[in-house]
Design a protein around this ligand. Structure first.
Ligand SMILES: [Zn+2]
Length: 163
């Protein structure tokens, strides 16, 4: 074991205890020197997560989706899952209805999604496929709302089919 004061790619120096034989230590020290220090790496990861979260929040705002409720851990997780799952539903709609059909039905998906304000609900459905999420959204919205939405979706598709 030896102590190395390493100047990292970011310019910060940190002390490292490096184990193993001489060649192995030199290799490890060289590898450490070529990357940013641990603090800069952590800051970068945090920045990346924050940027992604900001983009999702912006998209959610545009789509009129409410902020989710839940624990501090659930909220960012559920928010990310909601965006991913809605993208899955959109893919499913595009596959089954085509781009224009999906465009017409999309507001109805968002309408249903607004009923689910609990982060936990989305987290529970984090592995659901597009059609399964659509189904769960319909069930979760209640019978009357689901009926209305389906009726409107059908009408939107009929308009789509018209020459
Ligand atoms: Zn640094």
């Amino acid at each position: 074991m030896a102590r190395y004061d390493i100047t990292h790619a970011c310019g910060h120096s940190t002390a490292h205890q490096i184990y193993g034989g001489n060649a192995r230590r030199e290799e490890q020290a060289g590898w450490e020197a070529r990357r940013p220090c641990p603090e800069c790496r952590a800051a970068h990861a945090h920045q990346r997560d924050t940027t992604a979260a900001t983009q999702i929040r912006q998209a959610d705002e545009n789509d009129g989706l409410p902020e989710l409720s839940g624990t501090d851990r659930q909220i960012p997780w559920g928010t990310r899952v909601r965006r991913e799952r809605l993208e899955q539903v959109r893919d499913y709609l595009e596959t089954t209805l085509g781009g224009q059909g999906a465009e017409r039905v999309w507001p109805l998906v968002l309408r249903l999604a607004r009923h689910q304000g609990e982060a936990g609900w989305w987290i529970d459905h984090r592995r659901a496929t597009g059609p399964a999420v659509w189904e769960a959204l319909l069930v979760g919205a209640g019978e009357a709302e689901a009926e209305q939405v389906l009726e409107q979706a059908e009408r939107a598709c009929r308009e789509e089919a018209r020459p």
